[in-house]
Design a protein around this ligand. Sequence first.
Ligand SMILES: [Zn+2]
Length: 389
Amino acid sequence: MTYIVIGLTLVIVLSAYFYLKPKPAVTKNIFNAEYYRGLNYLLNNEEEKAFKIFAALMDVDSSTIETHLALGGLYRKRGEFDKAILIHQNLLSRPTLEIELKNQALYELAKDFFSAGLYDRSERIFKNLSEIKSYKNSSLEYLLKIYEVSKDWEKAIELVKSMDSIINNEKTSVLLSQYYCEISNNYNKQNQIEKSIAISKKALKTNIGCIRANYQLAKYYSKNDIGISVQYYYSIILLNKKFSKYVVSKIISLAKEIQNTGLILKTLMNISKIKEIPFIPDIYFFILYEKDKTEAMNYINSFDRKNVIDNFIITHTLASTEEHTNLNGIVHDLVNSYKNIFSSSYYFICNNCGYKSNELNWMCPSCNTWETIVPKSAIDIIVDGKNSE
Ligand SMILES: [Zn+2]
């Protein structure tokens, strides 16, 4: 590490020297072979080797602007933000720096500040750079990232509205609906349910396919209007069948709140008729206890028993029915005591990057995309594993 310290000391000393005694013009130098060797390492992802060469080059000739930029970028990649910032600020302090290189150094510095979590300073530079045509798009994308990580949803909305229809492969309507959902969530935390409902509806209006907005509305209404709550849950299944099992468990838990479970039964019967949804034990049990054995068996018979997975789950469900015949069909017991390995716990897995978690995140913490995470029960994970073999 000492050579880094020596190198940096040299940077400062030499920069001070150049500052006090500037050359006629600091322009692009003719690079030596070492510089290209370093670049090659960089292109081959051999950052460690590239880093050594650039650091050594800095010792020899600190006026080489490209070396500064390359080394600064490497420091940032290594997580040494203070050093990256120092190098880029150093470059910017040169009075003779060409405007193009100055902007490049500013852009790098803004990225350093962003990586270091100094969002205010990063925001200021990106805002200025966004006025320059060649930096506009990437600066706006960074500004959006800043507003997302600092949870400044109002600013994010304002910015997205001013941008093109696609940002980082995401539609602006998708982003807007998520930002509205975030604001709705904040109102909900402050117990301002009316405002939460209004803004979730706005999210849904912006993007009719927003699962999260439906989910929020289902939850808000579950406190005072179960009929509406069930409708929003039902919409989620229509939007993405991968949510079926999870949403069914939510709908069944609503049965705890009401005396007349007819509405829940009717909804589950409707869900049971949707094609391409695998067998869900919860639906079978609910029909069995709340209606009758014939209807429950009709549900089972609607499945092709040649499907190994469905057949396996159906067989186990029927076996556990035998064990629980003494429950006498009381729905509260069903809800409270029914623990089945097929539906009792969920993992939440990102379809985009495979990130796995125990809680439902609407933005994947790993790949930062919205609504790519779906709930999966233990059995789903086994089935997926089999399918991908
Ligand atoms: Zn992901």
